[in-house]
Design a protein around this ligand. Structure first.
Ligand code: KG4
Ligand code: ZN
Length: 351
């Protein structure tokens, strides 16, 4: 008998509109993705109202294309999964409403997925043998978390950024330097051409493993403003200066992330480390993690296509909720802030 469970996942938490079908939480069957990044780029960042309007235009074609690619019928699908939060409320609502409509029309169970749990699950698609427990470094446009993944649906937040998220700082710095949105990949490429010659502040706390990136952001912006004043115009600031600033910024970010992760791995006696989220696409971070952790730990880094927002990660994570029959009512609401599910303790963790 074929035990295949095909789950369709829908992701619409920010400026990507995505649908994907995954078999048994591990095998990607089909995916379709559209993005309004080009629109957001004109404004140098995400404009929530424009993002949700684009979601509305894209959601049905994206779902249709995904089903077409998979060559599956409604009766082949076991459940409909959707990102419930955190994210932009208007964008989330579009995916959630589409998912509810499908669940109702096809009489299938509805599964609500935490966006960050989805990012972690991106790794399940690449590594069929990866199983919790493990430590996840989740770094995206909205979050910088160290999370102890006790089980597929049980998370404990160990550290978070007290101010800006890493991806957010990449995007803000890039915008200030006149570079395209999203800033992460652009600064990442620029950093590879520069020399990390500026000394920048690296924040740490004595009483926790938390991150803080706003001091670093301010220091970078001040260096750029000073150069701008000296050179007299934006055009007069050399590409070399920008590359050196990008390299200095990136090496500080990477060093902070790696150091804090190393401390937590040690303190909690963990053996497996998983990277997740859009910033896990960063070449500097991937390389540094390999160098620092691959010998002593089992290191899992998602393929580039599954680092940034996608729906395959949502469908992958949903399989484990399916196994627990963790289904939602059609009254399910989207949440712009949402705790990662915590089973053992009474309180969840704020995301
Ligand atoms: O996970 P994601 O697609 O969306 C959120 O959940 O936020 O992450 C997007 C973030 C953006 O801030 C983007 O600039 C950053 O990930 N990013 C990168 C790279 N690629 C994407 N940051 C640094 N280096 C990269 N190569
Ligand atoms: Zn994301």
């Amino acid at each position: 008998m074929d035990n295949s469970k095909y789950i369709i996942g829908i992701e619409s938490s920010c400026d990507e509109t995505a649908a994907a079908i995954v078999r048994n939480g591990r095998e990607l069957v089909a995916a379709s993705l559209a993005t309004s990044i080009a629109v957001q780029r004109e404004f140098g960042g995400v404009v929530p109202e424009l993002a949700s309007r684009a979601q509305l235009e894209l959601i049905l074609p994206v779902i249709e294309e995904c089903l077409e690619k998979a060559q599956l019928q409604a009766e082949d699908i076991a459940a409909i999964a959707v990102t419930q939060g955190p994210g932009l409320i208007g964008s989330l609502l579009v995916g959630l409403t589409a998912a509810k409509a499908l669940a109702f029309a096809w009489s299938k169970p509805l599964i609500g997925i935490h966006h960050l749990a989805g990012h972690v699950a991106a790794n399940y698609l690449k590594y069929p043998d990866l199983e919790p427990p493990f430590l996840a470094l989740i770094v995206s446009g909205g979050h910088s978390h160290l999370v102890l993944v006790h089980d597929y649906t049980d998370y404990e937040l160990l550290a978070a950024s007290r101010d800006d998220a890493v991806g957010e700082v990449y995007d803000k710095l890039a915008r200030e330097l006149g570079l395209a949105y999203p800033g992460g990949p652009v600064l990442d490429r620029l950093a590879a051409q520069g020399e990390a010659r500026f000394n920048l502040p690296e924040a740490s706390f004595t009483d926790s493993y938390d991150f803080s990136f706003s001091g670093l952001k301010t220091a970078c912006l001040e260096l750029y403003q000073k150069e701008l004043r000296q050179k007299g115009s934006v055009q007069a600031v050399s590409d070399e200066f920008k590359a050196d600033l990008a390299a200095s910024f990136q090496s500080t970010v990477v060093s902070t992330l790696i150091e804090r992760t190393a401390e937590v791995l040690e303190a909690y006696q963990l053996k497996k480390l998983v990277l997740a989220g859009g910033v896990a696409a960063n070449q500097g971070l991937r390389k540094a993690a390999q160098e620092r952790f691959s010998e002593r730990y089992e290191l899992y880094i998602p393929p580039l296509q599954f680092c940034t927002d996608n729906a395959a990660m949502i469908a992958a994570q949903a399989y484990y909720h399916y196994l627990e029959a963790d289904f939602k009512e059609l009254s399910l609401n989207a949440q712009n802030r949402l705790d990662l599910p915590r089973k053992k303790a009474s309180s969840g963790c704020e995301a």
